[in-house]
Design a protein around this ligand. Structure first.
Ligand code: ADP
Ligand code: MG
Length: 229
């Protein structure tokens, strides 16, 4: 069974007088263990697509199956619950909670999941180690560099043991060297632990690292899936 399966997904933003067709007729299947990149120019629909896969938004038409469950008709409340259990998010702007330390940012997700304190603590430390930040566990986001904050965000995304991680232009605010080391960490998590990643980007150097590239243009997939593995 595919981990993620989208069938004829369209999304029209009709809030303003001129409706915007952000996605049209998207068919897409992603398997467990993929390291997939969604690419395309600004405005091509990358964020909309990731939001729909992640249950942050719902399609105007079409269906979204995650591990065999159709989430496209879920209520808002049911989606919150589903996201918390199944999906890890990494955003372009890191989105860490400023008053929390790196460790607390990671523990917070597990707190929402109702995990016991000792387990939360141990897993947060283990994840900080995995992203090379064991020594910065008690630092707040403002005390960390952009690259370090994004590594905390990756660790946080992993905290809930999600089925997959969605990352929307995770390297957009990072310099080339820092972007490359973030990709190293994501790649290692993918190959060693089998974590499925789907990340959007328009950086050619990041695209080159993907196992599979899906190209969007004007809300449609224009490039047939290229698979390295
Ligand atoms: P990308 O992430 O590739 O830059 P987006 O998914 O953000 O693309 O946007 C796709 C299209 O949908 C663009 O034309 C954008 O202007 C439009 N769009 C995105 N979000 C909204 C919104 N909330 N309301 C109206 N239009 C939107
Ligand atoms: Mg975007």
């Amino acid at each position: 069974m595919a981990l993620i399966k989208l069938s004829k997904v369209s999304r029209i933003y009709d809030g303003s007088s001129v409706p915007v067709k952000a996605l049209s007729g998207i068919n897409l299947s992603v398997n467990r263990g993929e390291f997939t990149s969604i690419v395309g120019p600004s405005g091509s629909g990358k964020t909309t697509l990731l939001n729909i896969i992640g249950g942050l938004d719902t399609p105007s038409s079409g269906t979204v199956f995650i591990e065999g469950t159709d989430i496209s008709s879920f209520s808002a409340g049911k989606l919150v619950e589903f996201r918390l259990r199944h999906i890890g998010f990494v955003f372009q702007a890191y989105n860490l909670i400023p008053v929390f330390t790196a460790r607390e940012n990671i523990e917070f997700i597990m707190l929402l999941q109702g995990r016991p304190e000792a387990e939360r603590r141990a897993r947060a430390i283990e994840l900080l180690k995995a992203v090379g930040l064991a020594r910065r566990s008690e630092s707040r986001p403002a005390e960390l560099s952009g690259g370090e904050q994004q590594r905390v965000a990756v660790a946080r995304a992993l905290a809930s043991k999600p089925s997959f991680i969605l990352a929307d232009e995770p390297t957009a605010n990072l310099d080339t060297k820092t972007a490359s080391s973030l990709l190293d960490i994501m790649e290692e998590l993918n190959s060693k632990s089998g974590t499925t990643f789907i990340f959007s980007t328009h950086d050619p150097r990041v695209i080159a690292r993907a196992g599979r590239v899906i190209t969007l243009q004007d809300g449609k997939i224009i490039h047939p899936a290229k698979r390295k593995k």
